[in-house]
Every structure is written in structure tokens, then in C-alpha cells.
Ligand binder design. Structure first.
Ligand code: DLL
Length: 433
């Protein structure tokens, strides 16, 4: 089985740790020198980058969260001047403003090579025709996979997201051998093919590289059977690099997390204590090769566990389990991250909206749906249908602009949404993944 970067991916544990420590120390010095937020946090805790003399010392450093990125919007966490940044992406913030991330030329090369690793470990080679069905734009998915696939010399079809019938036509006519998308979109494609009477056997598709949202083993089996492919999982997040943090090999027994580029820790999300190897908890990541946007102990909020056994494929990087949920309330709707707080912010700013709402998430015909049920104040409950429709349209458009995904808005009568005495639970997620 091919290994893209054998020297690094198969390193012995001792060598990995030595390399991590060297790269960590260099990263800390750069971050301390160039990023005010890090410098202030270190100073507040009386920590100097030179205090970190072993990997265990990492646990003494402060965490970084989405809130830090929000406070330093847009470029405050960049460790290089903007003139050295060649690419900017973003991801949802917890409120209206997104999280902005940047890459130097070298970062793009590093990123492409990390993506090349999981494409290769899934079985993709330069002979493959890779159809990218992620939306091109601020989302890191499409560009990340695009550059990685080009790096291994595959033929890339930058189809972009949506337009399912055209996706299928291109798959047929261009003889695509690998599909890149969210796992739920792969099922949408399978549904449409079935409706059109197109059999998977008539396609050239061999591989599916899926990520950007959680999916279960049951969903993998369904996708593999219906599309007649081998489906592998890959994981990442914009703040840390995008896709290319971890990816499965053909053995599909955990995602190899590229430890020469990231140091993972698992913490208890409540006490923030670092947990021993094998424990289930929140994944915390520190980047050790990135120039423009170093992340120190970033709280991913993703719940998983780590397995340090060498994999049968020969790679020796730690494997993370498929993620088992989140330690915050972020939802992923059609691959787009949505925070309930973003919707709340829109609602409270609209006259006539009571601060009571509920989000109902479902999956219909393999597609995620999000219904925003909102109470309106008594004085705004319209008798006239036309007025009500216009109001709903206005709210819907505002929410869609902020969250970047289609929603439906339903007005409900005053005092019909449940009230909570403790922490409000505003999300009903009926999806079974
Ligand atoms: O989703 C990066 C990505 C794109 C990864 C394409 C893989 C493929 P964000 O938009 O910043 O970045 O969202 C990151 O999505 O913290 C997880 O909660 C979730 N996520 C990403 N990949 C997976 C996966 C991209 N394979 C957030 N399994 C992360 C489960 C995933 N959740």
C-alpha cells in the first residue's frame, strides 16, 4: 500500500516526540513574539516559551478557543504580516462574525501534502479522476482537497457543491473515480441516481473521501453499498488547517492524525484536565508547522479518543476515533457549521421576535433540514397572511445570510415554546446518522 510521506508517517514514537518538541518550541517562540493574544495569555500566567522543555509541559499552557478568534477578528491572531499571507479562509463564528484564518505559501504546501497523505492512504493515486463536490469559497473543504489531489497528480474536477444531476452526469461522462463531499451529500447523490435509474455499476467510481461532518459506520456501509465504492473518513477544522488533520487508511480503523504537524491532547471538557491515553474527551490541537496562523492548544470541541497502537498499514501516527459529538452546541447542517447563538443574535435584533425559539433539525431524503420555530410577541401576531409571509421571509433571509445555509422559519404563538429553568435546550436534532 502506498504511503505518501513514509519518512514522517511511519516514524518511531521516540522520533515523533523529539520532532514534536523541537517544532513546538519553535512555534511557541514565534507565536509569543508575533501574536499579542498569545503573549498576553502567557504573561498573565507567568509562562515564558523557554519554560516548555518537554511535551508534558504543554499542559501548562493556556487554551485557545473560538472566543479568542472572535476577539481578535479578523487578523489579530496572524503571526506574519498580511503581505506574506497568500490565502484567507473562514469558518462560522459563534455569533455573526466568522473566524478568519490565513496561510503563507509554505502553509499551502504543508496543507496540500497533508491532504495528499489521506488521499493516498484511501487508495487514490495520480491515475484517479477526483470530483470535488464541496462548495468552493470560504469553506476549506474544496480548496484543501483540490490542492491535495493535484499534489498527488490526480486529475481534479472542481465541480463545486450542489447541482446533483450535473454531478451525476459528470461522474458518468468524465469517468470520475473518486468523489469528495460530505457523507450526507454522497447519499443525496445515491438517492438521485436511484430515481434516475442509474446503477452504480455504470460509473467508474472507486473511492469516496468524506468529511466535514460526523457520520456513523452504518452510514459508511450504506454509502459503500449504494455507490459501490470504498468510503473513507477525513477530519479537520479551519482554525487548525482545514481538512488534513487526520484521515483513514484502507483499514478504516481510526483516522491517522498527522503528529509531525499537530500535537493532540484529550481533555475533560468540564475540568479541562488532560486525560490519559485511550480516554474519551475533547480533542485539543496544537499546530507545530504552520506559519501564518499557529494555534496553541485549540479546543476543537470534538469528542473522541486516541489510539497509539501502530496501524496494520505501517503508519505510526496516533489514530483518532470517529468523532462522537461535540462539547458545545454547534450543529453541522449540510456540512455547514451553525451555532444556535448566531440565530439567536439575528432573532433578538428583529422587532417583534420574542427571545424564545427552538431549532428543529431533521434529515429528509438524505438532506439536512433546519426549521427555526420562533415565538412572536402578542402585538405582532398578524391576522393578515400576506404580512405574516413577508415577516417570515425577512427573518429567513437574515438568518440565511448569517449562517450560510437554507432554513425554514415557522412562527408559533406566544408561550408555546418550552421554558427552561436551567440551561435552555433549544435544539431538537432528529437526525440519525
Ligand atoms: O469542516 C474542514 C473539513 C472539510 C474537514 C472537509 C474534512 C473535509 P470547519 O468548517 O471549520 O472545517 O468545521 C470543522 O467540522 O470541528 C468537526 O466538528 C466537524 N468535522 C469535520 N470533519 C469531520 C469528520 C471543516 N470527518 C468541524 N467527522 C469540526 C466528524 C467532522 N466531524
Amino acid at each position: 500500500m502506498e504511503i505518501w510521506d513514509r519518512e514522517y508517517e511511519c516514524m518511531e514514537r521516540e522520533a515523533i516526540e523529539q520532532l514534536q518538541l523541537e517544532r513546538l518550541q519553535a512555534t511557541l517562540h514565534r507565536a509569543y513574539k508575533n501574536v499579542t493574544c498569545y503573549r498576553n495569555k502567557f504573561n498573565a500566567q507567568g509562562i515564558d516559551p523557554d519554560d516548555v522543555q518537554s511535551l508534558a509541559d504543554l499542559a501548562r499552557l493556556p487554551f485557545t478557543s473560538k472566543e479568542d478568534l472572535r476577539l481578535n477578528y479578523p487578523y489579530g491572531m496572524f503571526a506574519v504580516p498580511l503581505r506574506e499571507v497568500v490565502r484567507i479562509h473562514s469558518s462560522s463564528g459563534t455569533t455573526g462574525k466568522p473566524t478568519v484564518v490565513g496561510y503563507t505559501k509554505k502553509d499551502i504546501k504543508t496543507w496540500s501534502n497533508l491532504v495528499a497523505r489521506f488521499l493516498t492512504s484511501a487508495g487514490v493515486t495520480h491515475d484517479d479522476v477526483v470530483q470535488i463536490a464541496f462548495g468552493y469559497g470560504m469553506f476549506t473543504g474544496a480548496f484543501g482537497l483540490h490542492y491535495g489531489a493535484e499534489t498527488i497528480g490526480a486529475s481534479v474536477i472542481p465541480m463545486g457543491g450542489g447541482n446533483t444531476e450535473k454531478q451525476i452526469m459528470i461522474m458518468q461522462d468524465y469517468r470520475s473515480t473518486a468523489l469528495v463531499s460530505t457523507p450526507s451529500y454522497a447519499l443525496t447523490i445515491a438517492d438521485r441516481m436511484e430515481q434516475l435509474g442509474i446503477e452504480s455499476k455504470s460509473l467508474s467510481l472507486k473511492f469516496g473521501l468524506f468529511g466535514g461532518e460526523p457520520w456513523s459506520e452504518a452510514m459508511r456501509t450504506e454509502i459503500e453499498n449504494r455507490l459501490g465504492i470504498s468510503a473513507t473518513d477525513n477530519y479537520g477544522l479551519s482554525e487548525v488547517i482545514g481538512p488534513g488533520v487526520a484521515g483513514e487508511c484502507a483499514y478504516k480503523c481510526g483516522l491517522h492524525l498527522y503528529e509531525d504537524a499537530f500535537i493532540p491532547e484529550i481533555i475533560d471538557p468540564d475540568s479541562c484536565e488532560v486525560l490519559p491515553p485511550g480516554s474519551v474527551g475533547e480533542l485539543v490541537l496544537t499546530t507545530i508547522t504552520k506559519e501564518a496562523f499557529p494555534m496553541l492548544r485549540y479546543r476543537t470541541r470534538d469528542i473522541t479518543s486516541l489510539d497509539y497502537e501502530r496501524c496494520a498499514c505501517g503508519r505510526n501516527h496516533v489514530r483518532m476515533k470517529k468523532t462522537m459529538g461535540r462539547s458545545d452546541d454547534m450543529l453541522i447542517i449540510k456540512g455547514v457549521n451553525v451555532f444556535p447563538s448566531q440565530i439567536e443574535e439575528v432573532l433578538v435584533a428583529i422587532e417583534g421576535c420574542a427571545p424564545h425559539y427552538q431549532l428543529v433539525v431533521d434529515r429528509k431524503n438524505s438532506t439536512d433540514t433546519l426549521e427555526v420555530q420562533m415565538e412572536v410577541t402578542e402585538n405582532i401576531f398578524f391576522d393578515e397572511m400576506k404580512l405574516q409571509r413577508a415577516f417570515v421571509d425577512k427573518v429567513q433571509k437574515k438568518i440565511e445570510t448569517v449562517v450560510g445555509v437554507g432554513v425554514s422559519v415557522k412562527l408559533v404563538e406566544p408561550r408555546t415554546i418550552p421554558r427552561f429553568e436551567g440551561k435552555a435546550s433549544r435544539v431538537i436534532d432528529n437526525r440519525k446518522i
